[in-house]
Write a protein that binds this ligand. Structure first.
Ligand code: HPA
Length: 271
């Protein structure tokens, strides 16, 4: 069981620590937003008790930055259920930032395009999700100090913040897509039959992360918004095999648009 209190104490002692208004989680291949601010960073390995990521493309550091008067706490690299971490590790970030006083939790991730209109390199504002991980991070005794036993998920992804993300895309010359993110545990990619099933269920994009964090963030009263980078077409949409290398390559290709859009959002947003 992870010791949140101890990690919070350690974070607050860091010289670069500033109490966050907004938390940003950077997904596979999307970590470069945090790269300009290295002097303000702490590596996960430097925080005693902090878990360590195991996936290529996840740097493993926390970066503190300021955008338009907002204090931002960025996590470069997340913890996935498929890595074998327990749900309390997978959902550590939202619990930490809620305790530190953040108001908004911005998620980013790499995802496969299930919607046939999507292309690799598209950015999708997440309008809703399908939790298909077969579990829920809130199972167990409710932590009443964090939030209610049965949290409402009607507006899991805040409509106003989502609209601002779309507008920031437009200002950057990018017509962002909008859609439903479905999460399976992975780590195997899906079969073509699973992708057909997901499409029937209303999914536009498929990934292996984010949903447990969002459930935990909403439980803790954080507002949430998110962007998926469609790094590849999901299995069976084309004959091409899927690879993590393609996921990282597409992330690299869109990173300038991605940085521009997320930076301008963080500058404009008021929480
Ligand atoms: N499936 C699941 N997760 C993913 C994919 C995919 O096609 N692409 C990036 N993350």
């Amino acid at each position: 069981m992870i010791n949140d209190k101890r990690i919070l104490e350690k974070l607050r002692e860091e010289p670069c620590y500033k109490s966050p208004d907004i938390a940003v989680v950077l997904g596979s291949g999307l970590g470069s937003l945090a790269d300009g601010n290295d002097s303000q960073s702490i590596s996960y390995s430097g925080i005693s008790g902090f878990p360590q990521p195991t996936v290529a493309g996840h740097g493993g550091k926390i970066v503190f930055a300021e955008f338009g008067g907002n204090n931002i706490m960025m996590f470069q690299g997340r913890f996935h259920f498929y890595e074998g971490y327990a749900m309390d590790v997978v959902t550590l970030f939202p619990r930490l930032v809620a305790a530190l006083g953040a108001k908004l939790y911005l998620v980013t991730n790499a995802a496969g395009g299930v919607n046939k209109e999507f292309h690799p390199g598209d950015l999708m504002v997440i309008s809703d999700h399908l939790n298909l991980m077969g579990t829920n991070p809130l199972i167990g005794k409710n932590r009443d100090e964090m939030g209610p036993r049965f949290p409402d998920m009607t507006h899991a992804y805040d409509p106003e913040f989502s609209q601002l993300l779309t507008e920031c895309g437009r200002d950057a010359g990018v017509e962002m897509k909008k859609g439903v993110y479905a999460a399976l545990t992975g780590p195997s990619y899906e079969t073509p039959a699973e992708i057909r099933m997901l499409r029937t269920m209303g999914a536009d994009a498929i990934g292996m992360s984010t949903v447990p964090e969002v459930i935990t963030a909403r439980h803790a009263g954080l507002k949430v918004c998110g962007v998926s980078c469609i790094t590849n077409l999901a299995a069976g949409v084309t004959d091409q095999p899927l690879s993590h290398a393609e996921v990282l390559e597409t992330g690299e290709r869109v990173k300038y648009d991605f940085i521009k859009i997320i930076s301008s959002f963080l500058e404009k947003v008021s929480v």
